[in-house]
Write a protein that binds this ligand. Structure first.
Ligand SMILES: [Ca+2]
Ligand SMILES: [Ca+2]
Ligand SMILES: [Ca+2]
Ligand SMILES: [Ca+2]
Length: 232
């Protein structure tokens, strides 16, 4: 019985030391291997028109809205998402490259501090997300931060991990994240440099990592197994 209590205490100790873990991926295959139930929302004109703020499919170069609200009832995704250009006054469709969403008008104005945020508005806890970061080139001091319930910071990717395609107007760069705790907000802090960045092609999924509750259940199952074995 003493051994049983000791095992139980150890199991609880392991469980209580478990905190939020966040992992970032720039390799799509590696992210796909860490998730399940992937949903893809391509940012083409038809899908962009599903936003509350947009009445009909936009044409290339249209400035459409500073905020795009994609309700799950319209998109059939498991979660409602809201994209916001934080400092720029508009999002422009199909720039920097086709079917992406430019934060601010592409090529317009001196300010290219293209901060943006995606908020998860509802649905069950989202534990995996990915998108294409478009045409990010200067990145000194840039960060991509993940927040959870209560707006608690769960993890930050610093500039060393943020992909850059090289020149403006080039390239989708995959950026994915998985989190042990549900994601409520993702914030990209762009630097006030000359690049015009965009976002595209949102992917929602479930992280395939044991949650704290699963670890607790597993620990209890192990303890119960030992207990049953010892009492038989
Ligand atoms: Ca940048
Ligand atoms: Ca910024
Ligand atoms: Ca910039
Ligand atoms: Ca811009």
């Amino acid at each position: 019985m003493k051994k049983l209590i000791l095992i139980f205490i150890l199991a609880m100790a392991c469980t209580s030391s478990y905190g939020a873990s966040v992992q970032f991926f720039t390799n799509e295959a590696n992210w796909l291997a860490a998730v399940q139930s992937v949903e893809i929302f391509n940012t083409n004109a038809t899908n962009v028109a599903l936003a509350d703020e947009i009445a009909s499919p936009p044409n290339d170069l249209d400035t459409i809205s500073r905020v795009l609200t994609f309700q799950s009832s319209n998109t059939n995704l498991s979660h409602s998402l809201q994209l916001e250009a934080i400092l720029q006054t508009n999002i422009q469709f199909s720039r920097p490259i086709s079917n992406s969403l430019s934060i601010g008008v592409f090529g317009g104005g001196a300010l290219q501090n293209d901060d943006w945020e995606i908020r998860v508005l509802d649905g069950p806890g989202l534990t995996a997300f990915a998108f294409d970061l478009v045409s990010n080139n200067e990145k000194t001091g840039e960060t991509f931060s993940i927040f959870g319930s209560g707006d608690v910071l769960l993890g930050t990717l610093d500039e060393s991990g943020i992909p850059t395609p090289g020149t403006d107007g080039n390239g989708f760069n995959f950026l994915g994240v998985i989190s042990s705790d549900p994601i409520t907000r993702m914030f990209f802090d762009d630097e006030d440099g000359s690049d015009n960045i965009g976002v595209a092609n949102f992917r929602l999924a479930e992280a395939v990592v044991p949650e704290a509750s699963s670890i607790l259940l597993l620990s209890l199952a192990v303890v119960m197994g030992i207990f049953v074995k010892r009492t038989n």
